[in-house]
Design a protein around this ligand. Structure first.
Ligand code: F0G
Length: 482
């Protein structure tokens, strides 16, 4: 995105697209919202979309498509086997990443399932910069373990470190030696590290980490779901990278890895997924898993319409004007909140703004899920749906005790090309109001707690009548109809 200069106005990020199709939004009155969040078990995943004003749950599968993506859908070639759509998608990915073999899958976690089935055995240790919920759940499901070696500074909520997703290289080598290389089926580097605030990994760190892996003969895997944000940050923040094109950077990164997988619900602006495999024999060793779990090898459970749209979306992800908007909006939001004194993860990353619930709700003990409580409160205070990324998103230890997350975050995601700056201003305003009334937020406890991925379907209750009290304060400020 060229940084548009202004005459009198303070600099603001500009949308480099115009709206062609819209979806009407409704803002339910606050008392109604109190009822809806209670009915949803204080779990924002359980809310109905029609009850939400600003849906900032995720940037997954809800990004706006371009006119070119939509029109590409018309030429989708439906065939059980040998769809031309698949070959177009494969060719585009090969052009961008320089890797020929593509295993299609219906979304990112399906790729994780296939990789886990193929590589992870009981007792194995998969080393990562940081886990993603579904990646970890698959590995532990088959009896594997995850070792997260993001640099300690990456976990500091407030920072001006440009690459908080970097893996600790010394710890990586020490861990390989301790585990022995035979017990490490692969090293997974997640670009745009989701759970620590969409924080990027530098090219230099990816290069050094993959060099270590190669030294010990360990397979390297990149989770490229959030690669487009990471590419933006490498170009903007990494010394020596400013003159490289996004295509050049993508190719330099891709050249480091044996396997690259992605959620097409993020990368590609559509819905799907895929695994790129460099080595032919390695590809053949996995290909039977696609028809078993996903669908035939030329659609992998995806709609061919989505595949056509995604193929255009990959190209759009190589355009700095396109990939800048998300990080610039996040940066705008994070800076304003930080100036106001709201505890927010800095610097702004990709995918969304992240409120630090550990500090925002310092009065709520971790066993009462401060980030989950903040998510419920944010919905009451403005109809804004965010996502808990904290202890609720963890799974209990084998003995049933809580595994407390190292960070308690409320993520307010910015789906790509979806919201305007005035909507962003509304969110900033309501977060500021909630921060000034944070003492009114109370804790949550489970009524129904599923064993796996409990944050999706768990049902909770408030530990007191705090939701009603928060709504009273909100009405006194904004009136009953807001
Ligand atoms: N890897 C990363 C880094 C992700 O952020 C996600 C999904 C996945 C893998 C799994 O992909 O959803 O297509 O199965 N993240 C979503 C989110 C769910 O809201 O952050 P998927």
């Amino acid at each position: 995105m060229p940084e548009i200069k202004f005459y009198n106005h303070e600099p603001i990020p500009m949308e480099m697209h115009k709206v062609k199709i819209v979806q009407q939004l409704t803002l339910l009155p606050v008392d109604e919202r109190v009822k809806r969040i209670k009915d949803a078990g204080y779990n924002t995943f359980q809310l109905h979309n029609g009850d939400i004003f600003m849906d900032m749950l995720t940037d997954s599968g809800v990004n706006a498509m371009s006119d070119n993506m939509q029109s590409a859908m018309l030429r989708a070639d439906d065939a059980y086997a040998g769809s031309e759509t698949f070959y177009r998608m494969q060719k585009k990915l090969e052009e961008i990443f320089g890797i020929h073999y593509l295993l299609p899958a219906h979304q990112g976690r399906a790729c994780e399932n296939i990789l886990t089935e193929r590589f992870v055995k009981p007792g194995n240790c998969v080393i990562m910069n940081y886990h993603f919920t579904t990646a970890k759940a698959h590995i532990t499901r088959v009896g594997g373990r995850v070792e997260e070696l993001v640099k300690q500074e990456g976990l500091e909520p407030k920072s001006d470190l440009p690459f908080k997703g970097d893996i600790d290289l010394e710890a990586l080598e020490a861990c390989i030696k301790k585990e022995t290389p035979e017990n490490v089926p692969f090293i997974r580097i997640e670009s745009g590290t989701n759970l620590i605030g969409g924080q990027p990994v530098s090219y230099a760190n990816m290069k050094a980490a993959t060099d270590i892996a190669k030294k010990y003969g360990i397979i390297t895997v990149m989770d490229a779901s959030l690669l487009q944000d990471n590419l933006y940050f490498i170009k903007k923040r990494e010394a020596g990278m400013e003159d490289k094109s996004i295509r050049e950077l993508t190719r330099m990164i891709a050249d480091l890895f044996d396997i690259i997988y992605f959620s097409g619900r993020k990368f590609g602006f559509a819905r799907g997924g895929g695994i790129l495999v460099r080595d032919e024999a390695m590809y053949h060793s996995m290909e039977d898993l696609v028809p078993m779990f996903e669908g035939f090898l030329t659609y992998g459970g995806m709609s061919v319409k989505e595949m056509e749209a995604m193929t255009v979306g990959f190209d759009e992800s190589m355009d700095m004007d396109v990939i800048s908007q998300g990080p610039q909006f996040v940066d705008y939001c994070v800076r304003k909140l930080d100036e106001y004194g709201v505890p927010v993860i800095t610097p702004g990353g990709g995918l969304g703004a992240h409120l630090n619930a550990m500090e925002f709700c310092a009065h709520i003990p971790q066993q009462e899920y401060p980030a989950g409580a903040l998510a419920a409160a944010m919905y009451i205070a403005g109809g804004i749906r965010g996502m808990e990324r904290g202890t609720l998103s963890e799974e209990r230890n084998a003995d049933g005790s809580e595994r407390f997350a190292s960070m308690e975050l409320l993520r307010l995601a910015f789906p790509r090309r979806v919201f305007t700056l005035s909507q962003t201003e509304y969110v900033i305003d309501r977060v500021e109001w909630l921060y000034d009334h944070r003492d009114l937020i109370g804790g949550l406890r489970f009524i129904h707690e599923p064993k796996t991925l409990r944050f999706f379907t768990g049902i909770l209750e408030a530990t007191s009548d705090w939701p009603e009290k928060l709504a009273e304060a909100y009405k006194a400020e904004f009136g009953a109809d807001q």
